[in-house]
Design a protein around this ligand. Structure first.
Ligand SMILES: *Cc1c(COP(=O)(O)O)cnc(C)c1O
Length: 404
């Protein structure tokens, strides 16, 4: 029975008790609700402030916006069922192939990838052990993970969730001394490469020497496109990527990729398996397929996107650079969200407002615009905007700078 026929049928069926208890909605009314639901502006209805994000992919600001192809994949896949493990097997194989990994699995974000990867290293292919995590004492599992002090970003909590003790090292001598029979894994936070004395090659060299599995967090490190496979090629056993940064897959998606046995082991702790630490890190078919499409597309068109981001940056730069005392600078961070940024700075004897004041005025304007600010500057990115929004941003920044 088609949905329309079903709804039509409802107009003549007596709605006695049961499913629609207490209501007497006609089929026409139900159909009306269904069609207007798609048009509801829920933000408006609930009084939630929305804004243009020219600042960064920040979780508290709802990250990034999904690409249209991702939304299509979500819509198309939302109308049918499949077996979750079969989907993970097949999508994982495709992502692994694209990224030069032996295997891959979709997780509910990079944080989840780090946690599930750590769990897999601890349990190996023993499901009984996986079910004991995070209670490692007396389990026969190893209990320590080594990180460099300079890599101390909050996200190592994902490893700690598995019950391990963090061991912090600075030099290669420290590292070799720290390795013992309890060492489970050596972690590496790519965004803090420059804050650590030991770089990728040496980290891997020591890990190979003592046969310790390695995991690297590259959550926000695509682009560049080659980073999809660079760390697999380099020899990291596990690589963790976020789906909700510049790739613009679903915000609650990520990838764990690497060695076949370790991915299989990590999946012992992942949903749908119930009595495990990872059951709450659920991803469903729409997100899994959405991320797959996002990765595929980014590999294919990432370079064109980069050129488009540069054009958006140039548009905003051109809109303000004739204003008195304004200086502009385009730069790309070396690590973490390596996308084009524009910094606009001024002489405060000419333009009195501080960066923070301009930032606040833009935030409170219509539409609201969120960006970064310093004492006498503001800075922004365009890679997470809706195409076209750069025109509004350019106009609003110009207006505010001219007010001074
Ligand atoms: C964003 C980020 C994470 C977390 O990624 P999610 O996909 O939000 O879970 C972890 N590590 C680094 C370095 C990040 O930038």
């Amino acid at each position: 029975m088609k949905r329309r026929d079903l709804l039509k049928g409802l107009t003549v069926l007596p709605l006695a008790g049961g499913v629609f208890s207490g209501t007497s909605a006609s089929g026409a009314e139900l159909a009306n609700v269904a069609s207007t639901a798609a048009k509801r502006d829920l933000f408006k209805e609930l009084g939630i402030r929305t804004f243009i994000n020219a600042r960064a992919t920040l979780t508290f600001m709802t990250g990034s916006l999904m690409q249209p192809e991702v939304i299509d994949a979500i819509n198309n896949s939302s109308k049918r069922y499949c077996m979750l493990d079969e989907l993970q097997d097949k999508v994982g194989a495709k992502i692994a192939e694209l990224c030069h990994a032996e295997a891959a699995t979709v997780t509910s974000g990079a944080f989840s990838a780090i946690m599930l990867g750590t769990a897999g290293v601890l349990s190996g292919l023993d499901a009984k052990k996986a079910a004991m995590i995070p209670h490692l004492e007396g389990s026969g599992m190893k209990t320590e993970v080594i990180l460099q002090k300079g890599h101390d970003i909050g996200y190592y909590q994902a490893m700690k969730n598995c019950g391990v003790t963090m061991v912090w090292v600075e030099t290669r001598a420290d590292l070799e001394k720290a390795i013992n029979e309890k060492t489970a894994m050596m972690g590496f936070m790519n965004c803090n490469t420059n804050q650590g004395q030991i770089k990728h090659k040496e980290w891997l060299e020591v890990a190979k020497k003592y046969k310790i599995p390695t995991l690297i967090d590259i959550a926000a490190d695509v682009p560049p496109i080659e980073n999809f496979w660079k760390f697999n090629d380099m020899g990291f056993d596990l690589v963790c990527l976020s789906g909700g940064k510049a790739i613009r897959g679903p915000q609650s998606s990520g990838v764990l990729m690497g060695k076949k046995d370790l991915i299989a082991a990590a999946r012992l702790s992942a949903s749908p398996r119930g009595s495990t630490i990872g059951r709450g890190h659920k991803v469903n078919k729409e997100e899994i397929l959405g991320l797959y499409v996002a990765i595929e597309k980014f590999i294919r068109t990432g370079e064109e996107e980069w050129n488009f981001w540069m054009k958006q940056i140039a548009h905003i730069e051109n809109a303000v650079k004739d204003i008195k005392s304004i200086k502009t600078r385009v730069f790309v961070p070396e690590l973490a969200n390596a996308t084009p940024n524009l910094e606009i700075s001024w002489d405060q004897t000419v333009i009195k407002a501080t960066g923070q004041e301009i930032q606040k005025r833009l935030s409170l304007g219509e539409p609201g615009i969120e960006l970064n600010a310093g004492k006498n500057n503001i800075s922004l990115v365009t890679f997470i905007m809706v195409p076209g929004e750069e025109k509004i941003v350019a106009k609003r920044i110009r207006e505010e700078l001219l007010i001074g």
